[in-house]
Design a protein around this ligand. Structure first.
Ligand code: M6R
Length: 616
């Protein structure tokens, strides 16, 4: 939530900052802004409500020059989207500027303290309070202090309760950029004679070759030729330089009209990436070295708790069925936000698996910390290398799905499910599955990318279908067992990007109240591939038809029976039922996408949302 990009180097800052902001726009798009210190030591700030294109329009006619700058794209927390509430914010002197991602929880107290000191504010934001607080300490420190700005930042942050990723510049220090983080991500990008700070690596790949994923409590002080990292929490600070693996091209839209469509079509590759190097045909099992667990430790697991938010939790629900049926381990899935405050009974033979594409979701991180506090071993399934989830867990599995930029998660869902398949296979082979069964699963996994490709060929058909369903009042999504998580995910995709009311339920719940919603204007998307509950699903489907509800069925190729009952059918190839979610979700993503496009929605940046939810 909110995106930060800052630059100090030899090049003009503005174009690099704007380029970075465009990359981060998915993190928030209520307003954006930029501050640059020019060669004569003057600070210039320009900020605008609305999309980055609005800021670019203003800067186009009056560019800012200077090689030191900070910028921000905002997802509003405190204060409505407006020019005044947009970042950067300045201190009382107007010489210090700051951008911030996070929430300052004690800002009301700090505000009162500063008001008492004679400060006045231009915005309703918590961020402006922090800028003034740093400015206040800066004024207190002696002019000769060589670390005056860093010390002012340090003093102010010691008073702050809440979360932050910040970048700070000052007109009196044209060769100095300061960053700090606690609870919100911040990455230092290092190029040739230049440095970047950013909330996300996608914004720095234009110039950086190496990155440092800053830790909570870190303060980084960047000069023109060097940087140093200290910590608010620890005495000594070590850091790791990582190669930037992300290419500039992987974050580009290419020929696609939207990132979401691009990412839907990248799913065959995402699946290959998730299983590459992890299949062991000899033993009929999976190799997941990142778990850092011996066979003995894996065998000792008696219970698994899965936490995540949104799509990641839906993948966890599919994971629950997978782990229980292939590995016979009891599983419980929870909203990360609920687990964090729920006093769930746990024991030392349980592990917690946190699922997160971004690896930065605040609720998921809070759940991880709570589980660790209680002594649980915590594993992560995440996409972003070096993210907080990756760093705070005891082990885990990377998805390697590549950047997912559309706010609606797509390829991350199929990658997460595939990783649960691998995990269930590994744990199952240590328990009940024979080598032959394991090998059959591996063969079925290897067929998945081509099978997803086959479904993607039906995009034209689904686009045409979308035209017929775009005016409906609401959608129901129904599925059982492995398809329950898919039904929930289908409903989330639909509401998130089309703004049409959509609900996902276990199909058998229909008669317990949901049937009341069925009418001519509320179609049901029914997930009924040939699986263990197929016949039951057909009965439920008839119940909908009997109430004049229309049905779009997602069914297995060759199923002629379903074509007689449903109004529309989208077929998926045959696969073992525990792999079917990876196939059946694809038509639902495409249906939501094409309806959203038909309704003229902003598919990649739906209203009120942001990709990475870094506030609780
Ligand atoms: O980055 P995460 O996987 O932790 O994100 C979790 C949710 O915020 C995310 O899945 C959200 O629900 C998506 N917008 C759904 O499309």
């Amino acid at each position: 939530m909110c995106g930060i990009v800052a630059y100090l180097g030899e090049k003009e800052a503005q174009p690099l900052l704007l380029h970075g902001l465009r990359r981060l726009e998915y993190r928030g798009y209520d307003s954006s802004g930029i501050a640059v210190v020019d060669r004569r030591g003057r600070l210039h700030v320009v900020k605008r409500k609305g999309r980055i294109s609005e800021l670019e329009r203003v800067l186009g006619s009056c560019p800012l020059t200077g090689t030191l700058g900070i910028s921000h794209t905002r997802w509003a927390t405190h204060g409505i989207p407006s020019d005044a509430n947009a970042h950067p914010h300045c201190d009382q002197s107007g010489r210090l500027a700051l951008v911030h991602n996070g929430v300052i929880e004690n800002y009301q107290n700090l505000r009162q303290k500063l008001l008492d000191l004679g400060h006045s504010f231009q915005s309703e934001t918590d961020t402006e309070i922090l800028a003034h607080l740093i400015g206040h300490y800066y004024d207190q420190l002696p002019e000769g202090d060589p670390d005056r700005l860093e010390n002012a930042v340090r003093a102010a942050l010691k008073e702050v309760i809440g979360t932050y990723g910040i970048a700070v510049i000052h007109a009196d220090h044209p060769d100095l950029l300061i960053g700090a983080r606690r609870g919100s991500p911040l990455i230092l990008g290092i190029g040739l004679g230049e440095y970047f700070l950013s909330s996300d690596v996608t914004a720095v790949c234009v110039g950086a070759q190496k990155v440092v994923y800053l830790n909570d409590g870190d303060i980084v002080t960047i000069g023109r030729h060097s940087f140093h990292i200290s910590s608010l929490l620890r005495d000594s600070v070590g850091f790791e330089l990582s190669e930037l693996e992300l290419s500039e091209a992987s974050a580009e839209l290419g020929d696609y009209p939207h990132y979401m469509l691009k990412e839907i079509f990248e799913q065959p590759q995402a699946i290959r990436n998730a299983f590459r190097g992890r299949l062991d045909p000899e033993e009929g099992t999976a190799k997941l070295g990142g778990l850092h667990m011996s066979p003995h430790e894996l065998l000792a697991i008696r219970r698994i708790l899965i936490v995540g938010c949104g799509t990641a939790r839906h993948a966890g629900i599919v994971g629950e069925y997978l782990l229980e049926s292939l590995a016979h381990i009891p599983v419980e899935v929870d909203y990360a936000s609920e687990f964090r405050y729920r006093n769930a009974p746990i024991d030392e033979k349980a592990i917690l698996i946190a699922v997160s594409q971004s690896g930065e979701t605040a609720d998921t991180l809070a759940a991880i910390r709570e589980a660790k506090r209680r002594g649980l071993r915590v594993l992560g399934i995440c996409n972003r290398v070096g993210s907080s989830v990756a760093r705070e867990t005891d082990g885990g599995v990377y998805m390697h799905a590549g950047p997912e930029i559309g706010v609606a998660a797509t390829k991350s869902f199929v990658s997460q499910i595939l990783i649960f398949v691998l995990l269930a296979l590994l744990l199952g082979r240590l328990r009940y599955l024979s080598v032959g069964q394991g090998r059959a699963i591996l063969e079925a996994i290897e067929r998945l990318p081509d099978q997803v490709d086959e479904i993607l060929q039906k995009a034209g058909l689904i686009q045409e279908m979308a035209q017929r369903y775009k005016e409906v009042r609401g959608f129901l999504f129904l599925g059982r067992q492995y398809q329950l998580g898919v039904a929930l995910e289908g409903a989330l995709k639909m509401k998130e990007i089309t703004y049409i009311q959509a609900e996902g339920h276990p199909a058998a719940e229909l008669k317990h109240g949901i049937l009341a919603l069925v009418d001519e204007n509320t179609p049901t998307v029914f997930l009924c591939p040939r699986d263990g509950v197929y016949e039951k699903n057909l009965s439920n489907l008839q119940e909908i038809k009997a109430r004049r509800g229309s049905v779009i069925a997602i069914a297995t190729e060759g199923d002629t029976q379903i074509a007689k009952l449903a109004d529309d059918v989208i077929y998926v190839p045959e696969a073992p039922e525990f792999l079917l979610p990876i196939l059946t979700v694809v038509p639902l993503q495409l249906l939501a996408y094409y309806i959203a496009v038909a309704l003229g929605r902003d598919v990649d940046k739906p209203r009120n949302l942001a990709k990475s939810v870094t506030v609780e």
